[in-house]
Design a protein around this ligand. Structure first.
Ligand SMILES: Cc1cc2nc3c(=O)[nH]c(=O)nc-3n(C[C@H](O)[C@H](O)[C@H](O)COP(=O)(O)OP(=O)(O)OC[C@H]3O[C@@H](n4cnc5c(N)ncnc54)[C@H](O)[C@@H]3O)c2cc1C
Length: 389
């Protein structure tokens, strides 16, 4: 993250390296390689959730620029629960929480696992408070040892979350604890483009958890497993290829190509995309009309990205982050508009029920023109493994 990749190198339809820049020195780097694994994490839209403000979906943009597909992009709207005054969205202990209105009366049916929508709906009009007062006495001393950083922001404010009420919020974690990402086409975590592999949050997690991830060990397990499979396969691909490193050409477009004298303002674009993806009434509770309106604004922001930012390292990196966020948001809403049902973390207010006829994955791709299509086969994980054994 101190030397982010800005674009991939391609030669004859194959990925042969990457280019980037050092944040500290501004020095540009180029790596020519026999294969590339994208492991740049997910996209949390700079919402300030814990550990997420370096995760702007860059890998999806890099991949799409060489023609790779994405999958599960409608399941990209995970929101993490945490104190309103801090970034810590570690939510395991909220299973012990009671939720309250400002006047101290309890909020019926509000809960961390089941009942998060009730919290979100309440937050649309008023603050929500919480106390971890349902934690059993015997485990209270263990909580601090289990997750010390959960308590840090409370200690700083002199709040005991087990006995005192505090204000909570929901922060967008997007694809970090969502499931959408670069499509994996085989057991080697290959993308649909030769020489390009994907791992962790950058890759779709649908193969192991369908339309809902949330918290839990499967996220890290997927990152580690897919990382080792992708690494091994990429090394194999490189060994099979030519020993001579190919030059390749930079595949990056958005915010990297020049367009006249206009200069890109990355921060304006970032604010513009956040306005469309952070609000619960746009992204958590989705409607066809709302998504259409957001897409028209996001498409306009995509148009802005055909200009270049100032050429210092910070502006170039910010420009690419802005581009990746807009791209992710457009893939997310275009795909969500095609899933006319409610499934996993995709809540469609116009179609509140689960539709068995839509039990298939949706693939997405494209930059200027975003396309969405159903995956042909209804591959369940077991069949997927058997078919490739
Ligand atoms: C608050 C919180 C709590 C969580 N708790 C759990 C848990 O208890 N159990 C669990 O299994 N999972 C948990 N997760 C999810 C888990 O953290 C992720 O699934 C996991 O970290 C993904 O690993 P990764 O290597 O794919 O991505 P990351 O760990 O996000 O790493 C991606 C890296 O890529 C870098 N990067 C980004 N863009 C570029 C670029 N252009 N060029 C180069 N580098 C780039 C980033 O800076 C980052 O260092 C939690 C997530 C959050 C937000």
């Amino acid at each position: 993250d101190h030397s982010p990749a800005l674009e991939l190198l391609v030669d004859d339809g194959e990925v042969v390296g990457a280019r980037g820049v050092s944040r500290q020195t501004g020095e540009r780097w180029t790596v020519r390689a026999g294969a590339v694994v994208i492991a740049t994490g997910g996209c949390a839209f700079l919402s300030k959730a814990l550990g997420c403000n370096v995760l702007t979906g860059d890998g999806g943009l890099l991949a799409a620029e060489v023609g790779a597909e994405l999958s599960g992009m409608e399941f990209s709207n995970a929101y993490g629960l945490g104190p309103a005054f801090a970034s810590v969205t570690k939510s395991a202990f909220y299973r012990f929480a009671s939720f309250y209105y400002e006047d101290g009366s309890p909020i019926d049916s509000a809960g961390s696992a089941r009942g998060r929508s009730v919290i979100a709906k309440t937050l649309l009009t008023q603050p929500v408070y919480c106390k971890l007062d349902r934690a059993p006495e015997d485990i209270r001393p263990l909580l601090r040892a289990a997750q010390p950083n959960f308590f840090l922001p409370f200690d700083r404010r002199g709040i005991d979350p087990l006995t005192q009420r505090f204000q909570v919020t929901l922060r967008l974690e997007g694809t970090v604890r969502g499931t959408g990402g670069i499509r994996i086409v085989d057991e080697n975590c290959a993308s649909s483009v030769p020489g390009l592999y994907a791992a962790g949050d950058a890759a779709t997690r649908e193969l192991i958890c369908g339309g809902f991830t949330g918290g839990g060990s499967h996220n890290a397990a997927w990152a580690m497993s897919s990382g080792s499979w992708a690494g091994e396969a990429a090394a194999g691909h490189a060994l099979r290829g030519s020993a001579v490193r190919r030059e390749g050409r930079g595949a990056g477009t958005a915010s990297l190509i020049a367009d006249g004298a206009r200069e890109l303002d990355p921060q304006a674009v970032i604010t513009g995309v956040q306005d469309e993806v952070l609000p619960y009434d746009k992204n958590l509770f989705r409607t066809q009309r709302g998504m259409r309106e957001s897409l028209s604004k996001l498409d306009a922001l995509w148009g802005e990205l055909q200009t270049r930012p100032r050429q210092d390292a910070f502006s170039v990196i910010r420009g690419r982050e802005a581009a990746a966020m807009v791209a992710t948001a457009r893939w997310m809403y275009r795909t969500a508009s095609e899933r006319k049902e409610t499934r996993g973390m995709h809540k469609h207010m116009d179609h509140p029920g689960l539709d068995p006829n839509q039990q298939r994955r949706l693939l997405t791709g494209g930059l200027d023109q975003v396309w969405v299509r159903p995956e042909r086969e209804l591959a369940q994980p077991a069949q997927f493994v058997a078919a490739n054994a």
